[in-house]
Each structure stands twice: as C-alpha cells, then as structure tokens.
Design a protein around this ligand. Structure first.
Ligand SMILES: C[S@@+](CC[C@H](N)C(=O)[O-])C[C@H]1O[C@@H](n2cnc3c(N)ncnc32)[C@H](O)[C@@H]1O
Length: 223
C-alpha cells in the first residue's frame, strides 16, 4: 500500500512511475485510436507534419524513421525515390508491406542501428516514449556528418527540475532547435554528448497533449 504524504508535503509522483516494459504494455502506448497510417504527402502527411522535404534527399541517401507506425509514408517515399535506403522502426510490427523498406519491430529506446543516416525522423512518436531526452540523444548520435534529425516533440511532456525553460536551455546547448509553435525539434549534424538530467520513469496518466491524444509524461531529476 502507498502511504499518503504527511500534511503539507508534496506527494511523491516518482513512486508510481513506470519502467519501459510496463509503459510499452500500457493502453496509452497501445492506443488503437492513434494514427499509424500517415502517408508521405497530403495535409496530414509526413512532409507537412515535419515541415521537411523528404523527397529532396540527395541520391542514395539513408532515411531512418523512428516510431514509423504501419510505414505507409516510407513505402510512398520508396515508390517515388527507389534510390533511397529507408529503414522504419516501431514497437508494434504491423507494417503495411516489406518491399523495398527495411522494417524493424523494436523499441527506439533499446534498438541500435548498424549505420549512420542522412535523415532521422520521428512523426508523433516521442509522445509515447518514456525516456524522450535519451531518445533525442540516441537519434542525434546516428546522424551522418550532414545529417538532419527532425521530429514532433512537446516539451510539456518533460517533467524536470527547473521546468521547460531549463530543459530547453540544455537542448539548445546541445544544438537542438525547438519551435514551440509547431512543436518540432531539429538538429543538424551528429551529437554525442549528454544532457544534465537523469531519467526516472514515465507517467501514462498525464492526459492528452497538444495533439488531443493521451500522451506519456517523462520524469527526470537534475544531474
Ligand atoms: C501516433 S503513432 C505514429 C505512427 C507514424 N509515425 C505515423 O505518423 O503514421 C505513434 C507510434 O509510435 C510507436 N511507438 C510508441 N513507443 C515506441 C517505442 N518506444 N519505440 C518504437 N515505437 C514506439 C507506436 O507503436 C505507434 O506506432
């Protein structure tokens, strides 16, 4: 039984935080209402959601999409640009088809790539990841010298001492640019440093974020 805090004491929210295995089995992460079928083009397509011209990649470029869902956008890109080397990773292995795209069923918090990428993307996936800051660092470390990382990211999903301001300051020092209006984060070129936070666990009861879907809050202490 969890003890109630003494009068005047703040409740210890970290006591109920989920480790990755429990989070990945939670109904928020397995939510059937989430859109896993986004295409490359169109009003709600990858290019528009990321504000990035994926088909403008140079010939033979390598594209890695994290939390790729069914992978339809990747298959669209492979149709339009058969020269691209495309990999998609998602926790759930319900991929639309294999074809020319390499699909991997794995968590982006543990999966390790065997290559560097010219583009790493994550479309509305970080909202469901436990260690979001760790995932940002991992993704940025997989970039080629001129590679770009771009993802949807909600800084309000990070609970850390000093709040969003301190988190954004640390991310900026690590070369990440965050646009609070579009909720996009970007980094150009690889990064192999750290951030001054320690991941504590995830809260799957944080409620909806800016997308309107229930999201996961990620808790950190300061280092
Ligand atoms: C809203 S869907 C977006 C899917 C796709 N990017 C799209 O836009 O169609 C979020 C995806 O993140 C995946 N996901 C959540 N946590 C993950 C993790 N730790 N590792 C890999 N994928 C994860 C879910 O399985 C889901 O397919």
């Amino acid at each position: 039984m969890t003890e109630s805090p003494a009068r005047g004491e703040a409740p210890d929210v970290t006591a109920d935080l989920l480790p990755d295995d429990a989070l990945e089995a939670s109904s928020v992460v397995a939510n059937r209402a989430m859109n896993r079928e986004r295409r490359l083009a169109g009003r709600d397509g990858y290019a528009r959601v990321l504000g990035h011209d994926i088909l403008g990649l140079p010939p033979g470029a390598r594209w890695l999409d994290l939390c790729c869902g069914s992978g339809r956008a990747l298959l669209d890109a492979a149709d339009a640009r058969p020269d691209l080397d495309i990999t998609g990773v998602d926790l759930v292995g319900y991929f639309a088809a294999a074809g020319p795209v390499r699909f991997v069923a794995a968590s982006i918090t543990t999966w390790l790539p065997g290559a560097r990428y010219d583009l790493v993307t994550c479309v509305h996936g970080l909202h469901y990841v436990g260690d979001k800051l760790g995932a940002l660092l991992r993704a940025a470390s997989w970039l080629s010298d001129h590679g770009v990382f771009v993802a949807n990211f909600d800084v309000a999903g990070i609970q850390a001492p000093g709040g969003a301001r301190r988190v954004l300051r640390a991310l900026r020092s690590a070369g990440f640019e965050y646009d609070a209006r579009t909720h996009r984060i970007r980094r150009d070129g690889p990064f192999s440093g750290t951030l001054p936070f320690r991941y504590l666990g995830a809260d799957d009861r944080a409620g909806p974020n800016y997308t309107g879907q229930p999201a996961v809050a990620s808790h950190y202490s300061a280092l």
